[in-house]
Design a protein around this ligand. Structure first.
Ligand SMILES: Cc1cc2nc3c(=O)[nH]c(=O)nc-3n(C[C@H](O)[C@H](O)[C@H](O)COP(=O)(O)O)c2cc1C
Length: 187
């Protein structure tokens, strides 16, 4: 099983990436799956002007990103909250692909500097992902004051409590991945 963590803040000095680092370590330490961070800050995609399938000469980076989403059995999508919504970098990256998202199990982890943990992002993001045919896992991982909850290496301030929450969250994603595998085998 291969899980990717889609880290979507491209902001200088970003803090939600700490959450991506945390999930990478959490999954790797427990051998739950092979795991990799797909970092939108590393890609620096231009502002969307067409879907990848219709771009005549896609960049190597676009093709690499497409392959990574395609090959993932499941995705932990880590998003910051910007003005009550998800960042433009994420919409850019969602719209670039189409069939790669379909029936893809995706678990949403949201982060904010404020007290609500990015929970307001969920409504709009779930709708966009549903609309494109992804399978949004019914689990939440909101992180308020992310700058205080994790250090720069992804180490949580309260490891025991954070690991307990993460266990439940990641288990839901894995359940959906396995359910999909079983259904696909019977198709
Ligand atoms: C344009 C912008 C808008 C933001 N709006 C909110 C907000 O509505 N609520 C909130 O709690 N934090 C807000 N923040 C703070 C981010 O949630 C905070 O920077 C957090 O660390 C996650 O984003 P980051 O990964 O880019 O750091 C905003 C930050 C930016 C850059």
């Amino acid at each position: 099983m291969h899980i990717i963590i889609l880290s979507t803040s491209v902001r200088q000095g970003r803090n939600s990436h700490r959450l991506s680092l945390y999930f990478q370590q959490f999954i790797a330490e427990r051998n739950l799956a092979t795991v990799e961070i797909v970092d939108l800050a590393a890609y620096q995609f231009p502002v969307f002007d067409e879907r990848l399938q219709y771009i005549e000469h896609p960049t190597e980076q676009m093709l690499d990103y497409q392959q990574k989403i395609n090959n993932a059995d499941g995705v932990i999508l880590v998003t910051p909250e910007y003005n009550g919504g998800y960042p433009a970098s994420l919409k850019n990256a969602i719209d670039l692909l189409y069939k790669e998202w379909q029936r893809k199990p995706i678990a949403l982890a949201t982060a904010s500097a404020g007290p609500f943990g990015g929970a307001q992002v969920t409504t709009s993001l779930v709708f966009s992902l549903w609309k494109i045919g992804a399978w949004v896992v019914p689990a939440m991982f909101p992180v308020p004051q992310v700058q205080n909850q994790y250090d720069e290496t992804g180490r949580p301030a309260d490891k025991e409590a954070t690991d307990k929450r993460a266990q439940k969250f990641v288990s839901e994603l894995i359940w959906c991945i396995q359910a999909k595998e079983k259904m696909s085998a019977g198709e």
